[in-house]
Design a protein around this ligand. Structure first.
Ligand code: 3HC
Length: 702
């Protein structure tokens, strides 16, 4: 029989004495983030437990998870007291033992609280970690000082620099927790607390532990790796410094330095960008007009039409996530080739240690190949990934309409074609939607969910949920040529071509934008994708070969069979043995001759102009997309660009970047380019003019 006092309510927690043990349960849904109210509640619980003469304070959380971190929506606002380091210090210095019981996600400031506690336990399956680096910050409440004291410098460095979580079982082995719990969290934690009290467990202060001497090269190696990564964020190098400091300084000194660095990182533009994306990605998952009241359709069986590169990658996404997949191809040869590529991709993931062999084998077994499209009549979701031609897709959708069961979702992976037209091939346009995956589809995170004029809301809702289950970051967009991402890319690529004709070389353009932070330059991207792709797309749009300054060079390269990397020649040359890319004088001379042909006097172009022309081209097109309602919000466009096009996360996306430099500044620069080039493209969009006139810091204006 246990003696329990009535539970009393603190601001964001409850407090109760059970058998002399003070039990406090934090309650701040959805993730028990450490708001100011939670901080106050923790201090109040601690004070009360000490005043009540409790034998131990047990802290746990209500809901799906233990504390998953500080409330990052509070960052950048005036700080409310008490601050987290004060709460953490009070817990560590408590006069009675403090035991923390974790479940779900024990992250960031949540784990820092636990590490300041004297005893730590976690339900099996709990994920524990310090992911702050993913937000451009570092643990700011003793994490960099206490984690190495508990698990050693090497493990702490790996965990904090990568921001990856470890399991409860691994945490037990590493010495981060003392006990794994099973069954009911509260009951299991209480029985551990009683055990501690019976054993007269005393306060144990993590800060008083010392860190075992790490291998001498540990920190130098970490710094060298960091240097190579070309990260522009402050946090990674500071994390290395701070963990090194933990090996030789007192906890007080280490924490003081940590706090200073934390505050500096929190104010940095890199962290602001990453925090913007954190919320942008979650907001993008909630398309406008699709409320919580709309029930999704149930999806168990998936069919993919086309076993080429895209179709195969898409089939892998679903199979890996546990869906039964039927893969349809026209000929048995193509089907076998496609299945072979899929198996090879799974094998590569196993060889690289990304997936376990049994998991990869199970996933591959979920894919059944067929050459008979009639076999997919029971599919709940069909994703068509055939050749990019309206004739081919119209034919496929007419067949799907005849075969598929009522209510099945019919998705097309088209990159450019009009989904309204594709939907009109069926008697059920409300079930037709775009599912634009990015290559390689089993790796790239972005999914553009394209809503046609008639797509039903529950179809969008279902696809957004399925996307999350298969590990994608979905963004809902409207129908237009190239949707959001490729439409903007075209304007960016066009500027790259114009810069060549005006005086730059491929390497100059690529190096300038890479130094700015893009993963690859536009001309290297064009070579990698194959110059023939753009060539055929221009012909499909009725643009004559070589008829415009922005396409005359690539058209001629294709006519000369210089198709890019695959032919070891494109905008660059490539070494036949090593594949190494080099600037090719032949191409540079060709570009010069095209400048002549268009009557353009070549000039020296600065790296600054290259970057501004390329990025502001994205911004202009992004704003037009917003004006037309093709994207719901400017942050959705950022999510598309960082997850699908190698835009640096630490710059937050093109729209956020424009807001960062100031919309007035962006507008002025656009007007300069308008005067300089006399190109209509640089006509400033109305929304930008209006936002700048209003002195708005964001593009989200009425
Ligand atoms: N602060 C404020 N809001 C947060 C938050 C946080 N740290 N973490 C999540 N949320 C919000 C989300 O925005 C979302 O809100 P919404 O429903 O209004 O869109 C809601 O909580 C649920 O989040 P998810 O959709 O991400 O839910 P999941 O179940 O998919 O994932 C999670 C849960 C794994 C906890 C994930 O949200 C996550 O990784 N959160 C961030 C964890 C983190 O970075 N912690 C460190 C914070 S910094 C810190 O602690 C500093 C300290 O060192 C001083």
């Amino acid at each position: 029989m246990s003696a329990a006092n009535p539970s009393i309510s603190l601001e964001s927690a409850s407090y109760q004495i059970i058998d002399g043990i003070a039990v406090t349960a934090i309650n701040n849904p959805p993730i028990n983030a450490i708001s100011a109210a939670v901080r106050r509640s923790l201090l109040a619980a601690l004070k009360k437990a000490e005043e009540d003469g409790a034998s131990l304070l047990m802290i746990y959380c209500e809901g799906n998870t233990y504390i998953a971190g500080a409330d990052i929506s509070e960052f950048g606002k005036p700080q409310d007291f008490p601050q987290l380091p004060d709460v953490v210090a009070a817990i560590e210095n408590a006069t009675i033992p403090v035991m923390v019981a974790m479940h779900g996600n024990a992250l960031g400031g949540g784990l820092e609280i636990a590490m300041a506690g004297h005893y730590r336990s976690a339900l099996s399956g709990t994920k524990l970690g310090l992911p702050e680096v993913k937000l451009g910050i570092l643990p700011g409440s003793g994490g960099t000082q206490r984690l190495p004291r508990l698990v050693g410098a090497e493990k702490a460095l790996a965990m904090i620099l990568e921001g990856k979580s470890i399991s409860g079982e691994e945490a037990l082995q590493a010495g981060l927790i003392d006990r794994t719990l099973d069954g009911d969290l509260r009951e299991s934690a209480l029985s551990y607390a009683r055990e501690l009290v019976q054993a007269n467990a005393s306060t144990r202060r993590t800060g008083q532990l010392s860190v075992e001497n790490p291998a001498p090269e540990l920190f130098a190696a970490a710094r060298a790796k960091q240097e190579k990564s070309r990260s522009q964020l402050l946090a990674p190098n500071y994390i290395i410094d701070l963990i090194e400091a933990a090996t030789c300084s007192s906890i007080e000194l280490g924490q003081k330095l940590e706090r200073e660095r934390f505050v500096e990182c929190r104010a940095s533009s890199g962290s602001q960008s990453l925090r913007h994306l954190f919320f942008a990605e979650r907001t993008a998952a909630k398309p406008k007009g699709i409320g919580n009241d709309i029930p999704p359709r149930s999806i168990d069986r998936v069919a993919v039409i086309g076993a080429g590169t895209m179709g195969g990658g898409i089939a892998m996404c679903f199979a890996t996530a546990g869906y039964a997949v039927t893969l349809v191809e026209l000929s048995s040869d193509n089907l076998q080739r496609g299945l072979g590529v899929i198996q090879g991709n799974y094998q590569k993931a196993v060889d690289r240690g990304i997936t376990q062999k049994t998991i990869a084998e199970e996933a591959f077994r979920r894919i059944t190949g067929t050459t008979d499209i009639g076999n997919i009549s029971d599919a709940d979701l069909v994703v068509e990934a055939t050749f990019e031609s309206m004739d081919v897709k119209s034919d496929v959708f007419a067949k799907l309409d005849a075969i598929c069961k009522p209510g099945a979702i019919l998705a097309t992976n088209t990159s450019y074609l009009d989904i309204n037209e594709i939907a009109s091939m069926t008697s059920r346009p409300q079930d037709v939607v775009g599912a634009h995956f990015f290559s390689p589809a089993h790796i790239m995170k972005l999914l553009e969910v394209v809503r046609s004029d008639k797509t039903a809301p529950d179809v969008i809702k279902t696809l957004m949920q399925v996307a999350k289950r298969i590990g994608k970051i979905p963004v809902t967009v409207g129908v237009c040529y190239g949707f959001v991402g490729n439409r903007m890319l075209q304007k960016y690529a066009r500027q790259a071509q114009l810069l060549l004709i005006e005086g730059a070389t491929p390497a100059q353009v690529d190096n300038a934008i890479k130094s700015w932070g893009m993963a690859m330059g536009p001309l290297s991207v064009a070579d990698l994708a194959g110059l023939d792709i753009g060539y055929f797309s221009r012909r499909n749009q009725g643009i004559e070969v070589g008829s415009q300054p922005e396409c005359s060079v690539p058209d001629e390269l294709v006519d000369e069979k210089r198709l890019g990397r695959k032919t070891l020649a494109g905008f660059y040359g490539y070494d036949a043995v090593s594949g190494t890319q080099f600037e090719d004088d032949y191409v540079v001379e060709k570009i010069k001759s095209h400048s002549n042909r268009w009557g353009i006097t070549r000039r020296a172009i600065s790296d600054e102009e290259i970057v501004d022309r390329l990025i502001l081209a994205l911004v202009i097109e992004g704003i037009k997309i917003l004006e037309e309602g093709v994207a719901d919000r400017s942050s959705d466009i950022d999510v598309v660009y960082v997850n699908g096009y190698g835009f640096p996360r630490w710059r937050g996306g093109p729209m956020f970047y424009a807001e960062t430099i100031g919309l007035e500044t962006a507008l002025q620069r656009i007007r300069q380019f308008q005067q300089q080039t006399l190109d209509d493209f640089w006509e400033p969009p109305t929304l930008l003019i209006k936002a700048a006139e209003q002195g708005s810091a964001t593009l989200a204006i009425r």
